[in-house]
Design a protein around this ligand. Structure first.
Ligand SMILES: [Zn+2]
Length: 311
């Protein structure tokens, strides 16, 4: 792999004013849906023809195939289909979840875009589901450091790996560079326990086989040695070159996000928060603002795999 040359820089992002200038009308939003749905230009989903008439008969324009007469709206099959909210509001919700660096609560989103808290909660659920789907197409590879994290208030008095807190595995793909480790991509998943089966399921889903896995001396990591090279390090120093320091930093950052943004941590929803954090981090070096990535994911993931959620 090429050496990491870029400096580690903060999120560039897009300002609210810029976003409003770009996507402040229904027509501008519709153009984005069209572009992401048909990146090579319109193709009739029924007959493959590439020419259409534009018919505006309802809220959104319909495109009618010039050959077979099939009608389809650019919104059909996307995450925004069936929503009663105008596209400008849905796009604005995308902006807030994508560009707020430490996530956003349903209460805050409801206030920012003038919807009920229930609607804001459903929107956030939907966008987080899309983020999970979008990152499921990628796997970490090469050098990866792993560690476990515990979140939320414990339901019993046990500490350490036997705790009743929410358990998660963190994996950080990194590259050593000038005496420290640069994080490239991350994956975070809630796991039911710290058994070999849970570790294997996590690794199969998130890590290319043949990668080098670095972890602390916890013996369960050895169950991954069939498909990966597992390196145990017992060095707990805070030296910059210690990869464990890197993964500990991510665990602390996610804990800080939970403390700062959410009151109470629901077991059911926590994967969405982890995936949102990872989605944002994994696109931080892109020249494209994260909200643009999310808008594209809303069309592409929504079009294929995401089950319909009421928004
Ligand atoms: Zn057609």
């Amino acid at each position: 792999m090429a050496r990491y040359k870029k400096a580690y820089h903060p999120l560039s992002g897009m300002s609210l004013l810029e976003f409003q200038n770009k996507y402040g009308t229904e027509e501008a939003c519709e153009r984005v849906l069209f572009r992401h749905k048909w990146p090579e230009g319109y193709i009739c989903p029924k007959c493959g023809n590439k020419t259409y008439y534009k018919v505006r008969c309802r809220r959104h324009p319909m495109l009618e195939c010039k050959v077979c007469g099939h009608q389809e709206s650019p919104i059909k099959g996307t995450a925004f289909e069936n929503s009663k909210l105008p596209l400008v509001k849905l796009f604005l919700a995308c902006f807030f979840i994508a560009e707020t660096k430490s996530s956003i609560s349903a209460v805050a989103l409801a206030q920012y875009i003038s919807v009920s808290i229930k609607t804001a909660r459903n929107l956030l659920r939907k966008f987080r589901t899309i983020m999970i789907e979008a990152d499921s197409h990628y796997k970490l590879s090469d050098k990866i450091v792993l560690d476990e994290g515990f979140f939320g208030a414990p339901k019993s008095g046990k500490r350490g790996r036997g705790t009743a807190k929410i358990k998660a595995l963190f994996a950080v793909q990194y590259e050593p560079y000038k005496g420290h480790n640069v994080p490239l991509r991350i994956a975070i998943e809630k796991i039911p326990d710290f058994s070999g089966n849970s570790f294997k399921a996590f690794a199969d889903k998130n890590v290319e086989s043949g990668s080098i896995l670095v972890a602390d001396g916890y013996s369960t990591y050895n169950c991954l040695s069939k498909n990966y090279t597992v390196i145990s390090i017992t060095d707990t120093s805070s030296d910059e070159a210690n990869p464990l320091k890197l993964v500990h930093l991510f665990i602390s950052n996610v804990k800080a996000m939970f403390q700062g943004t959410f009151h109470g941590l629901g077991d059911k929803r926590v994967q969405g928060y982890f995936s949102e954090f990872a989605y944002r981090f994994n696109r931080r070096d892109s020249k494209t603002p994260i909200v643009e990535h999310l808008l594209r994911s809303c069309v592409r993931e929504g079009y294929t795999t995401v089950p319909e959620l009421c928004i």
